[in-house]
Design a protein around this ligand. Structure first.
Ligand code: SF4
Length: 76
């Protein structure tokens, strides 16, 4: 299983995560911040748990590309 988190409030809207992992991230037209698709929110952290291990690589690239380091990607 792959677990991705996004600390959304700190997003600066640079769009890199969308470029790296367009299937998982999308920019919000409302506030210009990144949205982690299908995620659940708890205390400002958005978490997506997926059984699709093929998304791990692109989400790792998004994690590396994020200038404010608010994306984490783990395999559990
Ligand atoms: S890469 Fe980071 S700062 Fe840039 S839009 Fe994505 S979450 Fe926000």
């Amino acid at each position: 299983m792959v677990v991705i988190t996004l600390q959304r409030a700190k997003c600066i809207g640079c769009n890199y995560c969308v470029e790296m992992a367009p299937g998982q991230f999308q920019m919000s037209k409302k506030d210009g911040k990144s949205v982690l698709l299908h995620a659940t929110e708890k205390k400002g952290f958005f978490t997506l748990k997926s059984h699709d291990d093929t998304i791990f690589e692109e989400c790792s690239e998004a994690q590396k590309a994020c200038p404010v380091k608010i994306i984490t990607t783990k395999k559990i």
